[in-house]
Design a protein around this ligand. Structure first.
Ligand SMILES: [Zn+2]
Length: 197
C-alpha cells in the first residue's frame, strides 16, 4: 500500500472506537473527496488544538478562560457538580436540571491503569471548596468501579470541610454506565434523587 494511505489508516486507527476496517474505509473515503473537504477536516483538527483550552477554574474545555459556565452570573455558585470528563457536562447541561457550576477531574481513579490521584484535578477541587462559597458538591462520576472509587476519594478529601454537603447521583443509573451516554430523563432523576455520600 502507498505510504501516505498507510499513514492515514494508522492515524485513524489510533482513535477511540475506530477499528482497522473503519480506519481503511475513512482513508479511502477521504481520498475520493475534493481537496477542499480534506482541508476543512485538517483545519478543524488544528483549530481543536489551537483554540480550545482548559478553564482554569473548572477545567472544562472552552474557547475562553473562564469558560462560559464559570463566567455566567446566572449560575448557582453554591453548588458544584464533579464529573470525569467534559462530555459529561454536555450531557448534564442538556437536561437543563442543574444550574450550578462544574468541576472536571479529567479521568477516574484507577491505579490498575496507572491513573493516580495526582493525575486528577482533585487538589484543585479541594482548593475551590476550601475557598468558601460552595455549600454542596455533587459527585457525578460514572456508575463504574472506577467512578465509585473516584467518588469515595473525593468524599475523603473533602472530609475536613464539615459544613459542605457532599452528595452522589442517585443509583438510577445502570451499573457500569457512563454519564455521557445516559438519557435526559435518567440523568435528571439521578440528580433530583441524589444522596449524601
Ligand atoms: Zn469553567
Amino acid at each position: 500500500m502507498a505510504e501516505p494511505i498507510a499513514r492515514a489508516i494508522e492515524a485513524f486507527g489510533r482513535m477511540p472506537g475506530i477499528g482497522p476496517k473503519t480506519a481503511q474505509r475513512l482513508a479511502f473515503y477521504l481520498l475520493r473527496q475534493p481537496r477542499s473537504e480534506a482541508e476543512a477536516l485538517s483545519r478543524a483538527v488544528i483549530e481543536l488544538k489551537d483554540l480550545i483550552r482548559e478553564c482554569s477554574t473548572c477545567f472544562n474545555l472552552s474557547e475562553t478562560d473562564p469558560c462560559g459556565i464559570c463566567a455566567n452570573d446566572g449560575r448557582d455558585r453554591t453548588a458544584v457538580c464533579v464529573v470525569e470528563e467534559p462530555l459529561d457536562i454536555v450531557a448534564l447541561e442538556k437536561t437543563a436540571s442543574f444550574k450550578g457550576l462544574y468541576h472536571v477531574l479529567h479521568g477516574s481513579f484507577s491505579p490498575m491503569e496507572g491513573v493516580l490521584e495526582d493525575d486528577l484535578r482533585i487538589r484543585e477541587l479541594v482548593q475551590r471548596v476550601d475557598a468558601g462559597a460552595i455549600e454542596e458538591v455533587i459527585v457525578a462520576t460514572n456508575a463504574t468501579v472506577e467512578g465509585e472509587a473516584t467518588a469515595n476519594l473525593v468524599r475523603a478529601r473533602l472530609r475536613h470541610l464539615s459544613a459542605v454537603r457532599v452528595t452522589r447521583l442517585a443509583q438510577g443509573l445502570p451499573i457500569g454506565s457512563d454519564i455521557e451516554y445516559a438519557d435526559d430523563y435518567t440523568l435528571t432523576r439521578a440528580l433530583q434523587n441524589r444522596t449524601r455520600l
